[in-house]
Write a protein that binds this ligand. Structure first.
Ligand code: FAD
Ligand code: NAD
Length: 467
């Protein structure tokens, strides 16, 4: 029986990064993954393929809607969806094999199979080739991730009623699609198809998209996505679907009333959140407990209720984000090596890769007001930026919130071109507990979108220069 210092279950961004850091710190490390390829949800059916399709569809949308204004004429523009999916898959394949390379480089034992605990120190692996293996370790890190939430009433069939996984594989442009859920997945994948010409209707239970983000971001993005042609049904709930071979009828109830109606579409994409994945792990043989939401219960050091077993990423509390899972993986590895790592979960940035993009870090205005914190708020619109006018990306704004007494930056919320990259200025400043005045005094290059950050920080003090 093979014996390791640490065995990691699940090779997503949480698991594979934890494995690398454990190996770097001298631990004899193994990783167990039940997919054929490494990289987890993120690389196989999440972050990477969705961004590949977002980039391709954005090129098409610009070519069909913006090139003319720039003085570029194109004739017979067409979408070759099969090629778009093929390119997406090759990006995924390259990225997944990159993880395999990293496992080999760091001398990590990779075991392809499904792991189930026999006891707190022993894992039985049903190998993908049909055999089985039993391994032991001093420490285990559970990084088994999450899966789409697909309630029975939605009649998910993977054909007409689909999850994000199937939405990444459609090889002809649909005429119509109903998206259930105006969260991150619904808006990103809804955008892909809206840009390609699909009539996209988003049904959202609450009164706005991205309900966990700052309200101003929701408003600004809704305006842009409506211009793209997306339709929104807020305060509506999907109560069921009925699919045939070629279409699906989606039953929708208006919340707070008896009114209901149907929308017929080519597809219904269910994107109402993801749930932790713990099935078949044999947790009942370990003493590891779940919390009230089915997540593995951990303390602030990612220790489960069993001393030698840790859990990280989507399967535990907190935001379901790849970079959050990675940070937690490094944290546990360093802790096992006797170091004293640190993560500030308040400073994990969130990004939505629509166009315009949305990016945020820290607290929202609503959260701060609800907590009774005295704040100052500064905003600056993209349309006042020379850079934005040059590129015709005038939709968007930056909002900086600081503490009214100390001026410490408490939250930064952005919608606009390239804010996915720009948010890092705010994260770095907030890590060093900078003030809005610090942000306002930093020289920002002209002309760039980043000038909106400086201007928003200036606006907070009533001294924006360009508005
Ligand atoms: P996962 O990536 O889910 O990996 C868990 C792995 O464990 C899986 O490969 C699974 O097969 C394996 N596993 C499970 N059980 C067992 C077992 N018993 N034995 C062996 N292996 C097992 N996040 C971002 O930060 N940015 C984005 O742009 C982004 N885009 C996304 C787009 C989509 C469409 C989706 C669905 C998600 C997206 N996410 C994004 C979220 C991101 O994918 C997750 O937060 C991230 O993958 C979580 O990492 P993880 O390591 O915890 O789990
Ligand atoms: P989400 O939690 O972001 O959004 C789900 C939305 O569905 C919410 O707005 C909710 O109000 C709504 N909803 C729930 N039940 C409903 C119902 N019955 N009818 C209508 N609306 C309903 O979930 P998601 O979009 O499925 O994404 C799952 C996770 O994946 C997220 O937590 C996110 O962190 C992660 N993700 C991240 C990225 C990124 O970082 N760019 C991209 C994709 C996914």
């Amino acid at each position: 029986m093979q014996n390791f210092d640490v065995v990691i279950i699940g090779a997503g961004p949480g698991g594979y990064v934890a494995a690398i850091r454990c190996a770097q710190l001298g631990m004899n490390t193994a990783i167990v993954e039940k997919r054929k390829t490494l990289g987890g949800t993120c690389l196989n059916v999440g972050c990477i393929p969705s961004k590949a399709l977002l980039d391709s569809s954005e090129h098409y949308h610009n070519a069909s809607h913006a090139f003319g204004e720039h003085g570029i004429k194109l004739e017979k523009l067409q979408v070759d969806m099969k090629q778009m999916i093929k390119r997406k898959q090759s990006v995924v394949d390259q990225t997944c094999s990159g993880v395999e390379y990293l496992m080999n480089k760091n001398k990590i034992t990779t075991i392809y199979g499904s792991g189930a605990f026999k006891d707190a120190n022993t894992l039985e692996v049903a190998l993908n080739d049909g055999e089985s293996d039993t391994i032991q370790a001093k420490h285990f890190i559970i990084a088994t991730g999450s899966k789409p939430n697909l309630p029975e009433s939605f009649n998910y069939d993977g054909k007409r009623v689909i999850s994000s996984t199937e939405a990444l594989e459609i090889d002809t442009v649909p005429k119509s699609m109903v998206v259930v859920g105006g969260g991150v997945i619904g808006l990103e994948l809804g955008s892909v198809y809206a840009r390609l010409g699909t009539e996209v209707s988003v049904v959202e239970y609450v009164d706005r998209i991205l309900p966990t983000m700052d309200k101003d971001c929701s408003k600004e993005l809704t305006r842009s996505l409506k211009k793209l042609g997306m339709k929104f049904y807020f305060k509506h709930a999907v109560v069921g679907t009925k699919a045939t071979a070629k279409s699906v009828t989606v039953n929708i109830n208006k919340r707070d009333s008896e009114e209901s109606f149907d929308i017929k579409a080519d597809y219904c994409l269910v994107a109402i959140g993801r749930i932790p994945y713990t099935e078949g792990l044999g947790l009942e043989n370990t003493g590891v407990k779940l919390d009230e939401r089915g997540r593995i219960q951990t303390d602030d050091h990612f220790r489960t209720t069993t001393p030698n077993i840790y859990a990280i990423g989507d399967v535990v509390k907190g935001m379901m984000l790849a970079h959050k899972a990675e940070e937690e993986g490094v944290f546990v590895a360093e802790m096992l090596a006797g170091q004293k790592p640190h993560i500030d979960h308040n400073l994990i940035p969130g990004v939505v890769y629509t166009w315009p993009e949305v990016a945020a870090v820290g607290k929202t205005e609503e959260e701060l007001k609800a907590a009774g914190t005295a704040i100052r708020v500064g905003k600056f619109p993209y349309k006042a930026l020379g850079r934005a006018r040059a590129s015709m990306d005038i939709d968007g704004m930056v909002k900086v919130i600081s503490d009214a007494t100390t001026d410490e930056i408490l939250g930064v919320h952005m919608v606009g071109a390239r804010v996915a990259d720009m948010i890092m200025e705010a994260v770095a400043l907030m890590e060093f507990r900078a003030s809005a005045e610090d942000m306002a005094r930093i020289c920002h290059p002209h002309p760039t979108y980043t000038e909106a950050v400086k201007e928003a920080a200036l606006a907070l003090d009533g001294r924006a220069l360009h508005i």
